[in-house]
Design a protein. Sequence first.
Lengths: 250, 250, 250, 250
Amino acid sequence: MITGELVLLKTSHRGKVREFIVKVSDEQLHTDFGIIELSTLADKVPGDTVVAHMGQEFTIQRPKMPDFFRHAKRTGAPMMPKDIGMIIAYTGLNKNDVVLDAGTGSGVLTMYLGSIAKRVVTYEVKEDFVKVARKNVENAGLDNVELRCGDIVEEINNIDEKFDVVTLDTQNTKDVIPNIRKVLHPGGFLATYSPFFEQTKEIRDAMDAEDFYDVMTIECTEREISFSARGTRPSTTKVGHTGFITIARA
Amino acid sequence: MITGELVLLKTSHRGKVREFIVKVSDEQLHTDFGIIELSTLADKVPGDTVVAHMGQEFTIQRPKMPDFFRHAKRTGAPMMPKDIGMIIAYTGLNKNDVVLDAGTGSGVLTMYLGSIAKRVVTYEVKEDFVKVARKNVENAGLDNVELRCGDIVEEINNIDEKFDVVTLDTQNTKDVIPNIRKVLHPGGFLATYSPFFEQTKEIRDAMDAEDFYDVMTIECTEREISFSARGTRPSTTKVGHTGFITIARA
Amino acid sequence: MITGELVLLKTSHRGKVREFIVKVSDEQLHTDFGIIELSTLADKVPGDTVVAHMGQEFTIQRPKMPDFFRHAKRTGAPMMPKDIGMIIAYTGLNKNDVVLDAGTGSGVLTMYLGSIAKRVVTYEVKEDFVKVARKNVENAGLDNVELRCGDIVEEINNIDEKFDVVTLDTQNTKDVIPNIRKVLHPGGFLATYSPFFEQTKEIRDAMDAEDFYDVMTIECTEREISFSARGTRPSTTKVGHTGFITIARA
Amino acid sequence: MITGELVLLKTSHRGKVREFIVKVSDEQLHTDFGIIELSTLADKVPGDTVVAHMGQEFTIQRPKMPDFFRHAKRTGAPMMPKDIGMIIAYTGLNKNDVVLDAGTGSGVLTMYLGSIAKRVVTYEVKEDFVKVARKNVENAGLDNVELRCGDIVEEINNIDEKFDVVTLDTQNTKDVIPNIRKVLHPGGFLATYSPFFEQTKEIRDAMDAEDFYDVMTIECTEREISFSARGTRPSTTKVGHTGFITIARA
């Protein structure tokens, strides 16, 4: 690992996994199991171990997006991986894309977008949410995400750039849609997320008024399958509804 | 658009959309609506139009992954966007990742992986599938995908590189798993796709034998919501089961 | 079997099952496999066989509700067993109940209600539907179902009887609800069926205005599991949305 | 109400509903709100009220199956209404049917069967479960249910009666199936309930070995729709998997 690189330190104590995301630096990590000199990580590669001064051994891994997701601070109910996956797959998001995103919230979707796309610009109206999101984005080591504080309904008029993909998870999404074509490349994708039917219907009506193509609203449900000595079955607990995803094309 | 760049040409005739993916070049595109000189695309930007010699107007767009997916040749039932989205989200696939994939099939998952990851190496045992996949990958303009013909069960022993993510959609996935740790970075993700319960159980047993972490099997269901003058409701037709996705961590 | 009793005759020809529902009588059944004298059924019990004059053998069974359902004439999309089952289970329908039902349609729900309840009164506004339903109800041998032609919105004012359960599957269900308490015993159940969200919301609003108890709207989904030599999995085809069922209590 | 009849007494205190199922008799009901002389119920009809000696008013209703279900004592996870509804609808259970049931458990399915069918014979291997089920069946006022203590795998050999419907919810269902035809009328229905895939596959194999017709395994999922001032959406909480229902015909 090189100086400045993010490292996931994992250890197991009494059957419970404890983990830390740190940066290779001159600093120290203080844990319940003792102190780790973070400079010692510089000689290591993923799979190596490092020992805290009280003897506890930690394995070294390169942290991945699901780790940042799990460690991210939350300001509300963040978008779930299943819904993020739908947005990525149906917009065909790739490393050449420049993305406009709003509202940021705690930045979980933004982090995923940033880890794939070339660049992400994201708007959030609440200043304290912007702070949380900025911290999460920084912790994930993403330097291609630009966080802006402001209401996308008004701010969209001040944007003079065009994007490949626009993602909207705001309460007033329907009011943003009339201006989307001004910032979205022809053939580009708009993806919206909305928990309620009434809201989703307003979004669809706004899209129809703007002649978007290939408009489709989906709900994605995931179900865990449980494997045990007793047998195999779908899980007896289940995540319920999160939100509807609407995909449209300029 | 620049020479060699891929262009999506779209036109509408009698209410039906027709589209072509072409490369900016000295060649011609022959359509039912007349001939288009592809060199003329060089001056254009997305949103411009080009006119075939018989007068039909085509709009110019930058093709995106869902376009390549729709235009790809199929050799069987390709993986659906919903399942591809799950794999991307739960492995946190990003532009720094190097991916090992098998079996390629017609290359639909491979194309998605290639459009996001730094590099993809993919194995397919059937030579004619490799040809189809190669064509699809080339048509999508992806130059970071290496297609290899061979059985991953044996070939994995000849791989001396480590990957961030491994994706397996083969009938003998359970026989590959005992060798996965040799090619997967610590903390890296293994994602498998399997249509049947019996097969999925074998995969889980093989993963347990290898002490993978955070093993989770999910089934993703998507449901389209239909909006019409009569009202809003979940679609009366529905995609049924496709496959189970199992995510595990080295 | 006794004279007048309904009999299910089943035979198999070239791997295909053919079946007839007949009444023990002096008449003849003409089939592609020859003639059967229906009087000969009088000596038989379920499990016996009868032979048509050209030598084809038919097994004798007592027809059950799913047989009548399968043989019923349709006037539109009939309610599915899954939704009928929900209504029966959540209203606790039993043999002491007297049921008010509207609109009858082809009478499929009505037949199920009639086979369980003590008595069913059902309203249908279209005369030709009433005829179809009457035929289906008679064919099912049900003599406790009273079919009335008329619009329940108006006719409910002319009903001076009280019911244990009311089931409504009409387009104007919301306009019936304000008068339901006049015909429903305290503690009795109202069950409505509505395909669209907008319609269901109107029903809920009408129920709230009338202070119904324990109001609950559910959607029931059924999924077939397929077992084959290749393995076990949920069916790759699937019935989509049918309707929402709302249960309320007076 | 007449002497011996079951009565549902409902009152509301500080926004919380309290309810009691009692029999019209010479006895007293002692509640937190005072004493009610049960003989006074004899003059009343559903919808009337009765006042406890400390002044609290109770409304009088005829209890229905969902009330008995809610008041039933539990010995484990009882079958859910959704699954009971499927069994009733797919077997076409009606008031002329005689049903064989095992294992009784706390008798919830048995109570539903008894409230619809002409007669139910049910087997339960654990004596303490039989006691609980007997109490529940009696409380529901059902006198057509015969509870027997014994293992259906062996006891089925001692049954010399034929049934219209057989319902099995036991761990050894697969061992009962080879003897089902001896107790099931031709054309009659067998319905089994099994939580796990492995168990369900064994049941299917046993049915195939016995040449049952029209064999179908389904999973029924129900989803509540939530209506609030904020909007309409599927519930964010959800019941997960319960069991698979297999329907087969003799």
